[in-house]
Each structure stands twice: as structure tokens, then as C-alpha cells.
Design a protein. Structure first.
Length: 254
């Protein structure tokens, strides 16, 4: 059974088509780079996958749960890091993660261990008692990743996890994401959709590439096949997104 199954997914905002009849599936343990220029529809697609935005048409199943008929179960199965992490700057790191664990329905008896594991995996033990608002952007991004995994979801959706970071922080977060996609001591490798403009992250971490352009799926292919013969991912991206294909409706939304 696919970890993610999307069928004929569309999203319209009035007369504007942001996502137009997109279909794909992601197998358990697969790490997919979700690419596209600004306005391609990828963030809108990810918001629909995570239940933050209802689709206009089509269906989504997460870990076998339909996001419309089994919305709560589907949300429990997914961890989401949006481009701007949903942090509470007045809370300490550990208190915030306990709060997230509670709203994610982690059983009370397991919350302490769940928070400890998330702190450990994201390299946050040293700042666990610090107020989030006093942390650097790199550490706040780590807290964002920790809240996405504290309930041990089988599926992760990460939207621009290194945006706005300096080169050292980018390297640290990239390695952290790579570690999160690897099997942990007590869990299988997570299924991951990673959206980024840094193509090196995709080449370093991902197995497969889905490329959106102007609301439609333009490419869905294994990374190795896509870059066979010495082709660079950057060249493929440029060639596809520079093509003179019609836009579904004049104007698109990100």
C-alpha cells in the first residue's frame, strides 16, 4: 500500500487554477524531491496533503487513510514542517514539544520519551530549557523539525527546510534531514516529500523527483534515471520550467 496516494488533485481559487488534476503515489520509505518554480503549485499541493487546505477535486490517502473521510487518522500519520515553522516563541523548547505531543494524541505515558527522542534526533538537548524566541534561526528550524516528528509519523512533508539559513546552518539542517530519512532504532525509514529550491539537497537526499510547473505535474522520475548520462538536475529543471507550455488559467498561485 502506498504511503501517499494522490488522484486527480485540483485546487481552484476563483478563476485561478493553482493545481490541475495532479496524480502520484509515494511508496513507504521513499524520499521524493518536490520541485518547481514559484507559482508552480507545489506549496498548495503540500497544504492539501497535510489537511491545511481542502482540494477542489480529487482524493488524497495518507498511510491508507482518506484525508476527507478519515481526516484525523490521516493527520496523525503525517508530520509537516511548513516554510515558516508553527512555533510559540514564548515557550521553552521542551514545553513546546510536550504541547505538540499532546495535541498530536501521543499517549500521556509515552510523551516524555517522545519528547526526549525528538530532542535527541534534532540535536536540541542543550537548548531544551531555552525559550524558543531566544534561539538562532537554525535552532528554531531544528525545533520545527522536532515538532514534525515528535509523534513518530510514518510520513514527513518538509517545505523549504533550509530557507533563510546561512551556509553552516544549511549544512547542519541538510544532514539532519538526511538522518531523519534514515531508519531510527525503533522505526522504519520515513516516507518524505521534500520541497526545496536548493537542488543539491535533492541530489544528496532524494530517490525520486516530482517537478511541478504551472499547476501540473511535469516530471515524475527516479533521480538516477533523470540525471543519467551526466545530466545535471539544474539543467533538467531549467529546460522543463522554461518550456512554452500554456498555463491552465491566466495567473497561478504558489
Amino acid at each position: 500500500m502506498p504511503a501517499i496516494e494522490v488522484q486527480n488533485l485540483s485546487k481552484r481559487f476563483g478563476n485561478v487554477v493553482a493545481v490541475d488534476r495532479v496524480s502520484f503515489s509515494v511508496e513507504p520509505g521513499e524520499v521524493v524531491g518536490f520541485l518547481g518554480p514559484n507559482g508552480a503549485g507545489k506549496t498548495t499541493t503540500m497544504r492539501m496533503l497535510t489537511g491545511y487546505l481542502p482540494p477542489s477535486d480529487g482524493s488524497i490517502r495518507i498511510a491508507g487513510f482518506d484525508t476527507f473521510t478519515k481526516a484525523k487518522a490521516a493527520r496523525r500519520a503525517i508530520g509537516y514542517l511548513p516554510e515558516t515553522p508553527p512555533l510559540h516563541p514564548e515557550m521553552t523548547v521542551s514545553a513546546y514539544l510536550r504541547f505538540v505531543a499532546a495535541i498530536k494524541d501521543v499517549p500521556r505515558a509515552r510523551r516524555r520519551d517522545a519528547v526526549r527522542c525528538a530532542l535527541e534526533r534534532c540535536g536540541l538537548e542543550a537548548v531544551a530549557r531555552r525559550v524558543i524566541g531566544t534561539l538562532s534561526k537554525g535552532y528554531r528550524q531544528r525545533v520545527g523539525l522536532a515538532q514534525a516528528i515528535v509523534h513518530e509519523p510514518p510520513v514527513l512533508v518538509l517545505d523549504e527546510p533550509t530557507v533563510g539559513l546561512d551556509p553552516i546552518q544549511i549544512r547542519e539542517i541538510r544532514q539532519l534531514v538526511a538522518d531523519l530519512t534514515a531508519p531510527s532504532r525503533d522505526a522504519a525509514r520515513r516516507t518524505v516529500i521534500l520541497s526545496t529550491h536548493v537542488l543539491g539537497e535533492v541530489e544528496a537526499i532524494c530517490d525520486r523527483v516530482i517537478l511541478m510547473d504551472r499547476g501540473v505535474k511535469a516530471i515524475d522520475q527516479d533521480l538516477a534515471a533523470l540525471t543519467a548520462g551526466g545530466r545535471r538536475l539544474e539543467d533538467v529543471f531549467t529546460q522543463v520550467t522554461a518550456g512554452d507550455r500554456p498555463v491552465p488559467v491566466a495567473g497561478t498561485l504558489r
